[in-house]
Design a binder for this molecule. Sequence first.
Ligand SMILES: *Cc1c(COP(=O)(O)O)cnc(C)c1O
Length: 234
Amino acid sequence: MTISQALTHIKQQIQNAAEQSDRKTDEIRLLAVSKTKPNDAIFEAYQAGQLAFGENYVQEGVDKIRYFEAQNIQLEWHFIGPLQSNKTRLVAEHFDWMQTLERAKIADRLNEQRPQEKPPLNVLIQINISDEASKSGIAPPDMLPLAEHICQLPHLRLRGLMAIPAPTNVLTEQQNAFTQMARLFDKLKAAFPNQQIDTLSMGMTDDMQSAIQCGSTMVRIGTAIFGARDYHKA
Ligand SMILES: *Cc1c(COP(=O)(O)O)cnc(C)c1O
């Protein structure tokens, strides 16, 4: 399957999942996760109409952003990996979205380092929904205080929440995590009615359907678009 065919296929699956849960297809955005994939693959997806891409590694992401800027190809770039405080500047300067915000200190740095001439950096708070010691994200009770902090920062725009639930084959466990996220998302919207909180980023290649059924507004899909990743080559 070519990348273009894979995109068509994924969009059909998004539409099916949306229809099954009485949702509109255009409520769900597709983020193409291009980590470890070459510029050629991104270009192929772009030619098939895909404009939003997600990257996990700062330097790799910035190299790709610069490459497409140099070609005058305007794409929307989302940072979706763990971010160390010494790498915040590159994210603030180059990305459009930062999906894995989990600390006030990182928010402060991104706010300070966001170039004045750029629109505010869109941010999502990452929630540790499966309560795994090793996973990133904040505990649900810490969401509102961090959101409050972010909303004070003029160069950041809080757009919603993101989560990577623990992988599981048990459908009820999957749905349980996504349902909890949907409740937190409602709570966040209710607490900040004047903010543009419209994004619940959840669902990947293996759990996209259940994420959409539970209210996801952005699925992050890598493997199903670009094929398996080869980390040895990257
Ligand atoms: C790699 C990655 C994805 C994409 O995962 P696939 O299973 O390849 O679709 C989505 N979100 C995050 C945060 C990732 O790191």
